[in-house]
Design a protein around this ligand. Sequence first.
Ligand code: ZN
Length: 181
Amino acid sequence: MSDLAVVTRALDFAARKHVAQRRKGAGEEPYINHLIEVAHLLAEAGADASVVATGALHDVIEDTDVTADTLTQAFGAEVSALVQEVTDDKSLSYAERKRRQVETAAHISARAKMIKLADKTSNLRSLVASPPKQWDETRQREYARWSREVAVHCFGVNAALDRAFEDAYRAAAKQAGLEAA
Ligand code: ZN
């Protein structure tokens, strides 16, 4: 399969699996907007086709009924392993999953760090463009701070992704009344 076919196939697959899901922002944007943004951030930063495809697929195990086996069959072992590296264990509590992300981010592969960083960048951009209605400034501050705690462990792999994250963080920190680092 050509690189373009791998990437567009991943987008098509993700669009079908996340079809009924919306983002939690006030605008209730279609979930696929987030996945396209992550894939695009990675492509713009010069990532290879497997990483860009994984950007589109990164939430498919966590948030749909797709299993790692299905992903391996559809996209191969490499993409499947990368998605698994950035997938939270949903049997754990929200707080425990958030804590683990900070702990594990330093130990994942360089390619998984790129995906994680693009994911966090997209989420902080969403927080600025369309904050969840029920999130007050304190909640936004906590989220922005936590995102950066994870992100710092992913810095140093790709300068363009580091910059994109820091720009998104600054905007989110400003909105939430946080002093930007
Ligand atoms: Zn995501």
